[in-house]
Design a protein around this ligand. Structure first.
Ligand code: NAP
Length: 230
């Protein structure tokens, strides 16, 4: 199974790529600016092919998929995250998030679906922020709620050949500094499982959807230690 992981150079995307490689899948590594990290991840994934594209551009998205040529799976992981008071956000701030978090996810799904013959698997990484509202991240929450609805609409549109599911991570910090941010620390305190999550736990959920029966489609799995219930 050949699977493209977007934003696979670092952090959650890297963990997903490494996990899929360990599972015996042929992984394709996408990056935008983190070339050195992408090449390192690719090396650890058995010298996986590496593709660069700025996902803000539909032209670059289509060129990347044209170069790839054939695909069984797609993991839309690349995204942006910013914080803005709702009253100060400008059009460019809105577009900065939505161009990558939502528009690119749609056009990556469309390009991948055209290449998935006879069947395919798509996993979109959304967020707890697409399920629960965060006041200082309204634009981001809207983009991720969009990813969740896109997942459901595409699951219908692309059935019966392709499944489309979503993994919604909770708090996944990558350093003590990130975990110590007051907002993050408060979320960790409120998490029923009493801790932050690990990138490997997101990767397990992605692997599940990539290998699940095709009767499972249009679903959202929160991997958040129960925080969406709190
Ligand atoms: N970490 C968390 O706590 C958390 C919580 C909820 C949801 N999530 C979601 O989980 C996913 C991964 O999270 P993360 O924290 O690992 O993400 P991240 O490090 O913030 O971003 C992942 C990658 O997205 C790529 N990217 C950003 N803008 C791009 C563009 N214009 N074109 C192409 N690629 C672009 C970057 O690639 P380059 O570095 O190569 O430029 C980056 O390495 C995201 O969808 C995120 O929203 C994360």
């Amino acid at each position: 199974m050949t699977v493209l992981v977007t934003g696979a150079a670092k952090r959650i995307g890297r963990a997903i790529a490494l996990r899929l490689h360990r599972q015996g899948m042929r992984v394709l590594i996408h990056y935008s600016t983190s070339e050195a990290e992408a090449r390192r991840t690719a090396e650890e994934c058995g010298n996986a092919p590496v593709y660069r594209a700025n996902l803000e551009s539909v032209t670059e998205i289509r060129a990347m998929f044209h170069e790839i040529g054939r695909l069984d799976g797609l993991v839309n992981n690349a995204a942006r995250f910013t914080k803005f008071d709702v009253m100060s956000i400008e059009e460019a701030d809105w577009d900065y998030i939505h161009s990558v978090n939502l528009k690119a996810v749609f056009f990556c799904c469309q390009s991948a679906a055209r290449m998935m013959q006879p069947t395919g698997r798509i996993v979109n990484i959304s967020s707890l922020g697409g399920i629960r509202p965060w006041a200082d991240h309204a634009h981001y929450c809207a983009s991720k709620a969009g990813v969740i609805m896109l997942t459901k609409a595409l699951a219908k549109a692309l059935a019966p050949n392709i499944t489309v599911n979503s993994v919604a991570p909770g708090v996944i910090p990558f350093s003590d500094k990130e975990a110590a941010d007051p907002r993050v620390a408060s979320m960790i305190r409120r998490t029923p499982m009493g801790r932050a999550g690990h990138a490997d736990e997101i990767a397990e959920a992605v692997l599940f959807f990539l290998t699940a029966p095709d009767f499972i489609t249009g679903q959202v799995m929160a991997v958040d230690g129960g925080l969406n219930l709190a």
